[in-house]
Design a protein around this ligand. Sequence first.
Ligand code: PLP
Length: 373
Amino acid sequence: MSVPYFDLSRAHESLRPAFDKVWHELIETGQFIGGHHVDRFEEAWAKYCGVKHCVGLSSGTAALQLGLEALDVGLGDEVILPANTFIATAAAIVAVGATPVFVDVDPATLLVTAAGVEAAITNLTKAVIVVHLFGNVVDMDGISSVARAAGLAVIEDAAQAHGATWRDRPVGSLGDVGCFSFYPAKNLGAFGDAGAMVTDRADLAEKVRSISNHGRSRQSAHEHLHVGGNHRLDGLQAAVLSIKLSSLDAWNQERRQIFRTYRTMASMLPVTLVDNPVAAASNVQHLAVIRTKYRDRVMAYLKDRNIGVGIHYPTPCHCQPAFARWNRSSLPVVEQAAREILSLPIYPGLQAEPLAFVCDAVSSAVMAEFHAA
Ligand SMILES: *Cc1c(COP(=O)(O)O)cnc(C)c1O
């Protein structure tokens, strides 16, 4: 048996006629950029997230960068973020000329905390980016009250948490702007790169839309209000996303079911499953991450048995060469976790038999190392 780390072929099967239909329609109409598929998806995604506005974009990275820009975050401003995120969260801050301030995270959930953010606030702090890492929802009560008290803008990096909620409110709607990636491997993924920014604020939506389309004014394609760029969502990706959105909740349920199996497995082993069992949070299990001090050997064992695994992420952002200038202090929780984390296969369509195969292999590998130690 072999178990790929990620494979959507089974999940996509029943949607193939719908994909074929829009593909043929697009060839007929030629609405490759913009058009009704983009309008329709933006409307549907705003509704799903419980917000007034959605701007479709070319990537999650663009959503973060343009969201910061719309909030007037720039040169001289500090932005607080957890150090254990995908590099794009940090790169977006530098791209707008601001300074990333990396903070440590909660040792159990590996999520950024209100106390961690509060301790990093200076008189230069303008915003905080919270990351709902692995599909686990950050404590937004704490973050919101700290941000409100200090007058900070809150940006949610929800690239790993489509459909997750905090006190029944969807992620993306809990701060000033919510940023989503629809990279194919995310909980809601396109057939290429895509992203979106959601917000309740009309001014921010309008500015992000303009910057994403060369800074154009709404009235004229030849009047440029901002120095923008090309960060638009294209029609094919929007059409695919609209089709797949109808399956998102069911797919997240499947992820939760798979995660429960991993929870049972972990409860019987000297490993920890990174989890966020908080009543206020409804998590969406983007990744299934275990922690073990035998990580490298367990990983080699699984690879030998043709089981796909990943590490998210082996080097924390503040330890990356490109970010050395902003590495102010060691962040022990993030650094320790980076040595121990291992991401196991989890995706809609992963069947019980391969899942059991993965659990057995993890158990054998961990127990062999445990007894050898
Ligand atoms: C995927 C991801 C991004 C970047 O999204 P892209 O669409 O690949 O640009 C940003 N932040 C996090 C946490 C992600 O997982």
